[in-house]
Write a protein that binds this ligand. Structure first.
Ligand SMILES: [Zn+2]
Length: 312
């Protein structure tokens, strides 16, 4: 069997990655499965987490078929589930990097299971390209080390002021409260943004095979979604389906079996690709200054205007 292609999206939470990945997955040979990193944790939740298709995860026909094909990869010890979860911590990044360099497994048993899971997902979906919008750089380093996976990485950046503003408020999922996203303090959200972005640029980009790492700002995607979409599909190596655009910035999406991600992901099939600019009015001047003071080197690298404010 040919290697399964995985396109792993790395970037900060609340960056617009759920919609972004859904758009990329509209080609027949591509499937978006949400944040696979959360798979094991979400399977254990009571009440159950909802799949993007609206079924509880443990009742979704797609995920049940995957679990049947990869039983050894899906039914794992709760202690290992907790250890997997720990890979998201930025403190684990240096260790994961060194282990990957020396060819050692990040967590005994984890890489094999992840590889099997990707293969089962490709088999059940019939797609040869799996888009995983897990976002954390730690698990991305594990994906880069898998022998049976042909991995590419898209670093989706977002202005840290927008990310911090978004994390200030919880995102409540009315239908499935367990899938709600908690609020995070501005300082923690700023540090997370920086740790994640350095992890992506310094570690994941270097571990990716030549030509298999691409950076794109969510802002540039919103500015010209159709052009960026065509470029991204070229990077992924799959045909673009431009008919999914029913307006300049409006897409018609088919339902996807996505794990975790933004609660808005079940919001119907027509979606507008828009930029949330609320940070310009909702962040105070000291908050904006503090975020820029910490994030300036990376903001410059990614092309963000450090002075951009609401005129204040
Ligand atoms: Zn589903």
């Amino acid at each position: 069997m040919a290697d399964v292609k995985v396109v792993y999206i790395v970037g900060p939470g609340r960056s617009g990655s759920t919609l972004f990945a859904d758009v990329l997955a509209q080609s027949p040979n591509v499937v978006h499965i949400g944040e696979l990193f959360w798979y094991w944790k979400r399977r254990q939740m009571v009440p159950p987490s909802l799949c993007g298709c609206g079924h509880p995860l443990n009742e979704c026909p797609f995920w049940n078929a995957v679990a049947e094909r990869a039983a050894a990869a899906t039914d794992i010890d709760p202690a290992l589930v907790d250890e997997i979860f720990g890979l998201a911590s930025s403190r684990r990044l240096p260790g994961l990097w060194w282990r990957g360099r020396s060819g050692r497994a990040a967590l005994p048993g984890y890489g094999e299971r992840l590889g099997e899971l990707y293969e089962a997902i490709a088999e059940v979906s019939g797609a040869s390209v799996v888009i995983d919008s897990s976002k954390q750089p730690g698990p991305a380093l594990v994906v880069a080390s898998l022998d049976n996976i042909d991995a590419s990485f898209i670093h989706l950046t977002r202005d840290p002021r927008a990310v911090v503003r978004s994390w200030k408020t919880p995102k409540i999922d009315e239908v499935s409260p367990v899938d709600s996203l908690n609020a995070i303090s501005p300082i923690r959200a700023t540090l997370n943004w920086n740790a994640g972005a350095y992890g992506a640029e310094l570690l994941v980009a270097r571990r990716a095979a030549p030509g298999r790492f691409k950076r794109i700002a969510f802002e540039s995607f919103v500015a010209a979604p159709q052009e960026r979409y065509v470029e991204l599909m070229e990077f992924i190596g799959q045909p673009a389906v431009t008919s999914l655009f029913v307006g300049e910035r409006t897409v018609r999406l088919s339902p996807s079996h996505t794990i975790a991600g933004n609660p808005g992901r079940r919001a119907g099939d027509r979606r507008d690709i828009v930029l949330d600019e609320a940070w310009r009015t909702e962040l105070s001047a000291p908050e904006r200054l503090a975020i820029v003071a910490v994030s300036a080197p990376l903001m410059r690298k990614f092309g963000y205007d450090l002075k951009s404010t609401n005129g204040g």
